[in-house]
Design a protein around this ligand. Structure first.
Ligand code: C2E
Ligand code: MG
Ligand code: MG
Ligand code: MG
Length: 278
């Protein structure tokens, strides 16, 4: 009997593994067609100024509307897209769509709102990121200061001269730059200076428990102080309750983003959200 149940367990495990492998395969195969089939969409999560409570813009977050698997989150397909090189084409689409959207928000009366765009390290090592950004801006007729490019430490850590040069060129064009998920990787003060970013996005890992975890609280306060001393702004990600929001306000964190303020919304829902603010 032990043997039988062992075999069942094994078979169950095997099937689960097969299912996971299948899903990966489905993602890999489908990814190459997803762009031309227009299966990607951007969702938008509002960001507010903590002093005034006013909307400052939104971060764009990609989703893949798969015919069989439903809405697939970026963490499931972006790494695959990076591996197979598709991220360059997908990233180009994201930039174009983001520029078109922020143009519409401006036309709706939110003329100062900025759109956040996540960039992958691969977009810096293959493809011409400056040209892609320049073309997307020109095509949509928006100025560079209306987009905020979110860089990750994996981009910064490449630290190749040409990556640094590309980031500088984007800054020179007028794009705003932020460091996403700040505090998690090998954060170093040196690169903040070298890369001339405008803002640090404090990783949600520190925000989540800062009310109850003394270490997280100290880390968050230290990041805010350090950023301000360097002339940088801070935004906290992943705020899920009013107490955390108040705490961050009392620490003079500049901006906020999280489920407590608003969840990421599809285009139609975001337009409604904007309309309700007016
Ligand atoms: P990220 O840039 O750090 O984005 C923040 C993530 O936290 C988003 O997950 C967002 O939905 C989620 N989030 C926001 N507020 C809360 C909250 O209060 N609580 C919790 N638990 N989560 C919150 P999402 O949309 O699944 O995106 C995951 C990651 O995928 C992003 O992390 C980013 O690294 C990547 N990504 C998303 N869109 C793009 C894109 O267009 N291009 C690239 N290269 N990467 C992207
Ligand atoms: Mg981001
Ligand atoms: Mg982040
Ligand atoms: Mg993240």
């Amino acid at each position: 009997e032990a043997k039988a149940s062992g075999r069942n367990t094994y078979r169950y495990f095997n099937e689960a593994m097969n299912e996971a492998a299948n899903e990966t395969l489905v993602i890999e195969l489908g990814l190459s067609k997803a762009l031309e089939l227009q299966q990607f969409e951007l969702h938008y999560q509002p960001q507010i100024d903590l002093k005034t409570g006013k909307l400052i813009g939104a971060e764009s977050l990609i989703r893949w509307r798969h015919p069989e698997l439903g809405l697939i989150s970026p963490s499931q397909f972006i790494p695959v897209a990076e591996e197979v090189g598709m991220i360059v084409a997908i990233g180009k689409w994201v930039l174009e769509e983001a520029c078109r959207q922020v143009k519409i928000w401006h036309e709706m009366g939110f003329s100062d709102s900025v759109i956040g765009v996540n960039l992958s390290a691969v977009q810096f090592t293959s493809g011409n990121i400056e040209q892609t950004v320049r073309d997307a801006l020109k095509q949509a007729g928006v100025s560079a200061k209306m987009i905020e490019l979110e860089l990750t430490e994996s981009i910064i850590l490449k630290d190749a001269d040409n990556v640094l040069e590309k980031v500088h060129n984007l800054k020179q064009m007028g794009c705003r730059l932020s460091i996403d998920d700040f505090g998690t990787g090998y954060s170093s003060l040196a690169y903040l200076k070298r890369f001339a970013v405008n803002k640090l996005k404090i990783d949600q890992a520190f925000i989540k428990d800062m009310q109850h975890n003394q270490d997280d609280d100290v880390i968050v306060r230290t990041i805010i102080q350090m950023a301000h001393n360097l002339g940088l702004k801070t935004i906290a990600e992943g705020i899920e309750d009013p107490a955390t929001l108040e705490l961050l306000r009392s620490y003079h964190c500049d901006e906020a983003q999280g489920y407590f303020i608003a969840r990421p919304m599809d285009q139609a829902a975001f337009y409604e959200y904007l309309s309700a603010l007016e």
